[in-house]
Design a protein around this ligand. Structure first.
Ligand code: ADP
Ligand code: DP6
Ligand code: CO
Length: 346
C-alpha cells in the first residue's frame, strides 16, 4: 500500500506542557495530562502517498502548499525513516502529504497536536512501523505525543538526555468516564501572534515563576490529577484544571516581554464560570485555555444544558459545540478526490 489516510484527535491539556529542556529534541520540563477529543467532531485528516514518480517531497496544509523546509517536519520524517520497514526500492521514493484541519489552525486549539499525531500515524502505517510512535509525533510538536492515544493521556517528561523515555501513555480509555463533556468556546479563530513554541521558549529564558511551577507545583499536581481521573472525582479534577490553566497564563505574564493569550472575552468567560460554580455551591464546570483566547470547558453531561444556556445568554453569537472525549488516531479510506489531488508532481 503506498497511500494512507488517517484522522487524529485534538487534545486539550488539563495539566499543561509549557517549557522545553531541550529545544531540538522537544523534551519538556514537566509531565502533562490531556484528554483526546472525538475525531468524528474535531480532527486533523492527513493523506500520505509515496511514489517513484514524485520528483520531490511536498506538503499541502489546509489546501495551500507549504515548504518542506520546516525542521519539525524534517525531524518527523527522519524519525520515521529510521524505524521504517522499507523495501529497498521504496527508500528513494518521495512523498506527498495533504493535511486538513476541520477547526481553526494555530489558534490555541491544538492543531499542532492533531496535525503531527496524524502525520506520524499515517507515515507509520505507510512504512509499516510497529509499537509506540508518540516519540515520533513529539518530534513534530510536543503536545502531539498525547494525541497518539485516546482517552486521558499522560506525557512523561522522562530523564534520558536523548529523550527515549519522553513518551505518552494512556491513563484511562475514552469510555472510562463517559459522562465527561468538553465545550469549546471559540472566542477568536485567527492565527495567534506568538506561537506556542516561541512563547514557551521566552518563558523558559525569563520567567522565575516557570521554574517554581515546573519544579515545585506540577510534580505533585500531575499525580493528584491522574488520581482524580482514575477516581472520576470531578470536583478535584475541576479545581486542578482551573488552577493549572491560570498558572500557565500567569507564567506567560511573568515572561519578559510578557505574552498574553487571553482576551477580555476570555476573562468574562472565566468570571461567568466562577460565578456559576459559586451560585451552585460546588465545582460544576472547569475551564482551561491553551496558548490562545479560546476557552475549553470540561463538565459532566448532566450539566451541559444549564451551562450552555448560560453561555448562550451571555454570548448569543457563539457556536458552542458539545464534544465528547474520544479515540486514538484512526486509519480511514482515502477519497478518490484526494487521491487525485495528492497524486501530482509538477
Ligand atoms: P496550535 O495552538 O493550533 O497547536 P501552534 O502554534 O502550536 O498552534 O502550532 C501551529 C502550527 O502547527 C502550524 O503553523 C503548522 O505548522 C502546524 N500544523 C497545524 N496543523 C497541522 C497539520 N494538520 N499537519 C501538519 N502540521 C500542522
Ligand atoms: C499551551 O505542543 O504546540 O497547548 O512543542 O513547540 O510544538 P511545541 O508546542 P505545543 O505546545 C502546547 C502548549 C499548550 C499546553 C499543552 O498542550 O500541554
Ligand atoms: Co500547538
Amino acid at each position: 500500500m503506498n497511500i494512507v489516510t488517517c484522522v487524529a484527535p485534538v487534545n486539550i491539556a488539563v495539566i499543561k506542557y509549557w517549557g522545553k529542556r531541550d529545544e531540538k529534541l522537544i523534551l519538556p520540563i514537566n509531565d502533562s495530562i490531556s484528554a483526546s477529543l472525538d475525531t468524528k467532531q474535531l480532527c486533523a485528516k492527513t493523506t500520505v502517498m509515496a511514489s517513484c514518480n514524485f520528483k520531490t517531497d511536498r506538503i499541502w496544509l489546509n489546501g495551500r502548499e507549504e515548504s518542506m523546509d520546516n525542521p519539525r517536519l524534517q525531524n518527523c520524517l527522519q524519525q520515521i525513516k529510521k524505524r521504517a520497514q522499507l523495501s529497498l526500492e521504496m527508500k528513494n521514493w518521495h512523498i506527498h502529504i495533504c493535511s486538513v484541519n476541520n477547526f481553526p489552525t494555530a489558534a490555541g486549539l491544538a492543531s499542532s497536536a492533531a496535525g503531527y499525531a496524524c502525520l506520524a500515524s499515517a507515515l507509520a502505517k505507510l512504512y509499516n512501523i510497529k509499537g509506540d510512535i508518540s516519540d515520533i509525533a513529539r518530534s513534530g510538536s510536543g503536545s502531539a505525543c498525547r494525541s497518539v492515544y485516546g482517552g486521558f493521556v499522560r506525557w512523561y517528561m522522562g530523564s534520558d538526555p536523548q529523550g527515549t523515555d519522553s513518551i505518552a501513555k494512556e491513563i484511562v480509555p475514552s469510555n472510562y468516564w463517559p459522562e465527561m463533556r468538553i465545550l469549546i468556546l471559540v472566542v477568536n479563530d485567527s492565527k495567534k501572534k506568538v506561537s506556542s513554541a516561541i512563547g514557551m521558549k521566552n518563558s523558559v529564558e525569563t520567567s522565575e515563576l516557570l521554574k517554581y511551577r515546573a519544579n515545585k507545583c506540577v510534580p505533585e499536581r500531575v499525580e493528584l490529577m491522574q488520581q482524580a481521573i482514575i477516581d472520576r472525582n470531578f470536583d478535584k479534577f475541576a479545581e486542578l484544571t482551573i488552577k493549572d490553566s491560570n498558572q500557565m497564563h500567569a507564567v506567560c505574564l511573568d515572561t519578559y516581554p510578557p505574552c498574553s493569550y487571553l482576551t477580555d472575552v476570555t476573562h468574562s468567560i472565566i468570571d461567568i464560570v466562577h460565578a456559576y460554580n459559586d451560585a451552585v455551591n460546588c465545582l460544576k464546570v472547569a475551564y482551561t485555555n491553551d496558548a490562545g483566547p479560546n476557552t475549553v470547558l470540561y463538565l459532566l453531561e448532566k450539566d451541559v444544558p444549564s451551562v450552555l444556556g448560560i453561555i448562550d445568554y451571555y454570548f448569543p453569537q457563539n457556536d458552542n459545540s458539545n464534544y465528547i472525549r474520544g479515540n486514538a488516531p484512526e486509519i480511514i479510506k482515502p477519497s478518490a478526490e484526494l487521491i487525485e489531488k495528492i497524486n501530482r508532481d509538477k
